[in-house]
Write a protein that binds this ligand. Structure first.
Ligand code: ATP
Length: 255
């Protein structure tokens, strides 16, 4: 049996509304320390909204919407990080606490070089940490070594995703949130990245939570997973339990 101390993140009874439409409907989930937790769901299931609620970006989104007189974004519930409710903590402060999001669609700075992107990622790190992290990301993604001076916008989709994960690692995450890291990539690149995500778990103490639409390429590397439909968690289990569930196979493996 694991105690609550084993969990780096606990989301309790989270509800998120965009105006009157519910995007997250009473979601509770946990991420165990130094493990990989997956969240799976179709388009619009609520994966990104969940990631934004955990990273805190939803606070920025709410403020932006309020300033332009747009929709009202509201939420209720708890997001506990190392036992402390952080639901009202600004995203920049959450990043300082080690909660780092690599957003959907690999948002690298296209006009900056790969190396500049990595340096931008390390703005919260000391010189010593930056040096160590650079060594780690180049070991994890040797492909990036020869791309240091290339503009990120000219890299392939797979290379940009490697860069996006590497940049997030430069920010010294303790909990790394990867929102659909395999989106739109070729199958060979998908398995390369899934392996790299596992390598991060095996070689560091970083806790990882990732979301994906299609479970197949990441099932072998996750420790525990949740399935979301229309903003709610409908199933959860270990990788093995989910893989043996015929509903999951049908919906997320196309079998
Ligand atoms: P995708 O795979 O398409 O990224 P997702 O699982 O990440 O989907 P979300 O983007 O979190 O899902 O969307 C959840 C629901 O909230 C959807 O119905 C979506 O239309 C709605 N939604 C998301 N962002 C906004 C927003 N800024 N304003 C209004 N509704 C939104």
């Amino acid at each position: 049996m694991s105690s609550n101390d084993d969990y780096m993140l606990e989301v309790n009874d989270l509800l998120v509304y965009y105006e009157n439409a519910i995007a997250i409907n009473n979601v509770s989930l946990k991420c165990q320390k130094a493990r990989i937790t997956g969240v799976f769901g179709a388009n619009s299931a609520g994966k990104s909204t969940l990631m934004h609620s955990i990273s805190g970006l939803i606070l920025d989104m709410k403020e932006k919407e309020m300033r332009k007189g747009g929709e009202r974004i509201t939420w209720y519930g708890e997001v506990k990080y190392n036992g402390k409710d952080i639901i009202d903590v600004k995203p920049s402060d959450r990043a300082g606490m080690g909660l780092v999001l690599s957003p959907e669609r690999r948002q690298v700075f296209p006009e900056s070089t790969a190396m500049e992107n990595l340096k931008i990622g390390s703005y919260l790190a000391t010189k010593e940490q930056t040096k160590k992290s650079l060594e780690f990301v180049f070991k994890l993604f040797p492909e990036l070594v020869n791309m240091k001076k290339r503009e990120a916008g000219f890299l392939s989709g797979g290379e940009q995703q490697m860069l996006a994960i590497a940049r997030a690692l430069m920010a010294q995450p303790k909990l790394l949130l990867l929102d659909e890291p395999l989106l739109g990539l070729a199958p060979s690149v998908e398995s390369r990245l899934a392996q790299a995500i596992k390598d991060i778990k095996d070689e560091t103490n970083i806790t990882i939570m990732l979301s994906e639409q299609y479970a197949r390429p990441v099932f072998p590397v996750i420790d525990y997973g949740y399935v979301m439909e229309n903003g709610s968690i409908v199933l959860e289990g270990t990788s093995e339990e989910l893989m043996n569930n015929p509903d999951v196979l049908g919906a997320y493996f196309g079998m």
